[in-house]
Design a protein around this ligand. Structure first.
Ligand SMILES: [Zn+2]
Length: 47
């Protein structure tokens, strides 16, 4: 069973994406578009 994780914008703290963290214990960090900032921002895994 796969675990979904929430990706949160590091700038405005909006929770924009859900990612699958397969067999990874490290926190995910990705550069994605934030709809609130209306720009690409770093999104980090919540928790
Ligand atoms: Zn944002």
């Amino acid at each position: 069973m796969r675990e979904g994780v929430i990706l949160r914008c590091t700038v405005c703290k909006e929770e924009n994406y859900i990612a699958k963290n397969d067999k990874r214990k490290d926190k995910i960090e990705v550069n994605k578009h934030c709809f609130k900032c209306n720009a690409h921002q770093t999104h980090k895994q919540k928790k």
